[in-house]
Every structure is written in structure tokens, then in C-alpha cells.
Design a protein around this ligand. Sequence first.
Ligand code: AMP
Length: 190
Amino acid sequence: MLNLVLFGPPGAGKGTQAAKLLKKYQLTHLSTGDLLRSEIAAKTKLGLEAKEIMSRGELVSDEIVIGMIRSKLASNKDTKGFIFDGFPRTREQAEALDKLMNENHTSIAALLSLEVEKQELINRLQKRAEIENRPDDKDLAIVENRINVYHEKTAPVMDYYKAQNKYIAIDGIGSIDKIFENLCTEVDKL
Ligand code: AMP
């Protein structure tokens, strides 16, 4: 199996690149943000709980997202591999993911980190707010909070993978195709 973590701050291009990667390498996409938005749309108990937290740009609990990932791994046993997008976002989630990978007799091959500076992220998220109508992209204060949450809680995940020699930095500025090409060069080396 080929399991990849696509990593980076909000607006780095994870969703865009994940879509291209999963097509090329025939992988299964697991985006905790998308899974949570489906729960909200279906008005489930979990969705109602997550909605308020997401609208503030905070992280939902590790327990909730780890539970969602656990059940998706169990229901996709025959896949060639996974692209984790927006997960793990805390060190606890990273540890839980390693445990789940172990239980499934597989492992994370690499963390591909899309690197983009703050002003560019804000510009992109403001554009996305118009196209996708995501409530958490519309309000600048929420966008800034999400970027701060990324630096405080999520950036340490990089160190976790650096310690395992699995961290790969990718310049997230440039054309979508060029960034994709750089990602593929790294994936093909794995
Ligand atoms: P995303 O679509 O990845 O930008 O996620 C949108 C929002 O969903 C985030 O701002 C969080 O509130 C929540 N979320 C998504 N993934 C996670 C995660 N792995 N851990 C905690 N909260 C998450």
C-alpha cells in the first residue's frame, strides 16, 4: 500500500493536489474536513457538534476525527493506499494514525508538506470563499485564526514525521501542474 499525508496550512492547495494524486496513483482520498462537512450536511449529531467548532476555525476533538479515520480504514481494506488530507492535525492524531496503520499492517510512506506563506494563503482563501461558499473562508478573522491554529497545533506534526525521516517539503507556490509534477517526482522515489 502507498499511504501519503498531504500536509500544509489552510489554502496550501491540499485538496486540489490530492484530487490529482489520487487519480494518478489510484489512491483513496480521506479528507477529515470533507467528512465533517458531510456530517454537517446530513445533520448528524456529530455534524451538529462539529459545526460550531469549525465555524470558529478551531479544531474538532482528536477523538472525533480519529474515530472517522478508523472507520474509513476499516471500510476500504482493498484500496491501493490512502491520501490523508487535513489529517493528522495534532501530534496525538499523528500517533493514532501510526497505530492504526500498524494494526492494518501498513505504514505512512511520507508527509508531503506544501509550503506557502501567510499572505498568499489569505488571498487564496478569499478567492475560494467566493467559489465554494465555505463559511469558514468568508470571514478574515476566522481565516487568520485557522492559520494561527495551524502554527500552534498542527505545525508540530512536521517534527513528528521529520524524526521518522518521512518529511518532504514541496514549494506550494506556482502553477497547479508544476506543483503536481514536483509532488509526483517525490512520490515516484518512494
Ligand atoms: P479543512 O477542510 O481541512 O480545512 O477543515 C475544515 C475544518 O474542519 C477545520 O478548520 C477544523 O475545524 C475541522 N477539521 C478538519 N480536519 C480536522 C482534524 N484532522 N482535526 C481537527 N479538526 C479538523
